[in-house]
Design a protein around this ligand. Structure first.
Ligand code: NDP
Length: 279
C-alpha cells in the first residue's frame, strides 16, 4: 500500500509592532487543535516601515493568511487586492487571506464585538439606544455590524468631534447614527461601548455617570487582569460591565472561519484565556 503523502501544516501569522504581547497565537493554536486543522500560527514583528515586505515574505514562504494588528490595519487595507464589504466600510483590515485570486482583506473586529455582546453576554442590540465612544480604527470597524443589529439609535462621540461627525455622515444611509459632542450626551443608554484608546493610558473619556443605569451594559474593548477605569466608573453608576477579551476571541474565530471554512467553539478558549489572565 502506498503511504498517503504527509501534508505540510499550512502557515498563518499575526503581524504587528509590538507583537510579543499578542494572544492570537494561543487562540489560533487552540482553535486548530479543537477542529483538528493542520496549521501553524506565529507572531511576526514587522518593522514600522516594513509591513508590506513582511506580508510578501510570508506569502513567498507559502503562508496562507495573517491577522494584522496595531499599527498596520490601514496599510493592510491598502495592500489587499480584494476587500470584503465590511472591510471596505471600515477602511481597515485585520485579516488577510492569500489565494490564487490575490490578497483578500476582511475586518472581523465588528463581528467579534457583536457576537460577544449578543451571543456571549446575551444582550440584544435591536431596538436599543447605543453609545459608541471613539472614532479611531476600532470604532470604524464596528459601526456597520452594530447598525446591522438595528439599534433604535447609535450615537457616536469622540474627543476630536469632527471625526465623529464624519463617521456619522459616512454611515448615515446604513441606519440611525448621529454624532454628538461629549458635552451634549444625555439620557441613559442601554449599551455604552468604549472604543477609545483612553483605557490604555488609564484615562476616562469625559462622560457623565448619568449615561449609565441598571439596564446598561458598559463594554470596554480593552481587556486585562483588572477592570479598566471605564468599567469601574460604569459599575459605580449601576451598569453591568464587560471587557474586550470576548471580542478578541470572537474576531479570531471569524478569521479562522474565513481561512479554514470551519467555525471553532469559542467558549472553552475564552474561559482558558480568562483564567490565564487571573480574572
Ligand atoms: P486608534 O488609535 O485608531 O483610535 C483611538 C481613539 O481613542 C480615537 O478616537 C481617540 O480620539 C480616542 N482617544 C485616545 N485617547 C483618549 C482619551 N484620553 N480620551 C478620550 N478619547 C481618547 O485606536 P483603535 O481604534 O485601534 O483602538 C482603540 C481601543 O480598542 C484600544 O484600547 C484597543 O486596544 C482596543 N481594541 C480591542 C480589540 C479587541 O479585540 N478587544 C480590537 C481592536 C481594538 P481622537 O480622535 O480625539 O484622537
Amino acid at each position: 500500500m502506498t503511504p498517503s503523502p504527509i501534508r505540510a501544516a499550512e502557515r498563518y501569522a499575526v503581524i504587528g509592532h509590538p507583537i510579543a504581547h499578542s494572544k492570537s497565537p494561543d487562540i489560533h493554536v487552540a482553535f486548530a487543535r479543537q477542529t483538528q486543522q493542520e496549521l501553524t500560527y506565529e507572531p511576526l514583528l514587522a518593522p514600522l516601515d516594513g509591513f508590506e515586505a513582511t506580508v510578501r515574505a510570508l506569502m513567498a514562504q507559502g503562508g496562507r493568511g495573517a491577522n494584522v494588528t496595531v499599527p498596520f490595519k490601514i496599510e493592510a487595507f491598502s495592500l489587499a487586492t480584494i476587500l470584503s464589504e465590511r472591510a471596505r466600510a471600515s477602511g481597515a483590515v485585520n485579516t488577510l487571506r492569500f489565494d490564487a485570486a490575490g490578497i483578500f482583506g476582511d475586518n472581523t473586529d465588528g463581528a467579534g464585538l457583536v457576537t460577544d455582546i449578543v451571543v456571549n453576554a446575551g444582550v440584544a442590540v435591536q431596538g436599543k439606544r447605543v453609545l459608541l465612544l471613539g472614532a479611531g480604527g476600532a470604532a470604524r470597524g464596528v459601526i456597520l455590524p452594530l447598525l446591522a443589529e438595528q439599534p433604535a439609535q447609535l450615537v457616536i462621540a469622540n474627543r476630536s468631534s469632527d471625526k465623529a461627525v464624519t463617521l456619522a455622515g459616512q454611515f448615515a444611509s446604513q441606519g440611525p447614527i448621529v454624532a454628538q459632542t461629549f458635552d451634549a450626551l444625555d439620557g441613559q443608554f442601554d449599551l455604552v461601548i468604549n472604543a477609545t484608546a483612553a483605557s490604555l493610558a488609564d484615562a476616562l473619556p469625559p462622560i457623565a455617570g448619568s449615561l449609565f443605569g441598571p439596564h446598561t451594559l458598559a463594554y470596554d474593548m480593552m481587556y486585562g487582569a483588572q477592570p479598566t477605569i471605564f468599567l469601574h466608573f460604569a459599575a459605580r453608576h449601576g451598569a453591568t460591565v464587560r471587557d474586550g477579551l470576548g471580542m478578541l476571541v470572537e474576531q479570531a474565530a471569524e478569521s479562522f472561519l474565513l481561512w479554514r471554512g470551519v467555525r471553532p467553539d469559542t467558549a472553552s478558549v475564552l474561559a482558558d484565556l480568562r483564567s490565564a489572565l487571573g480574572t
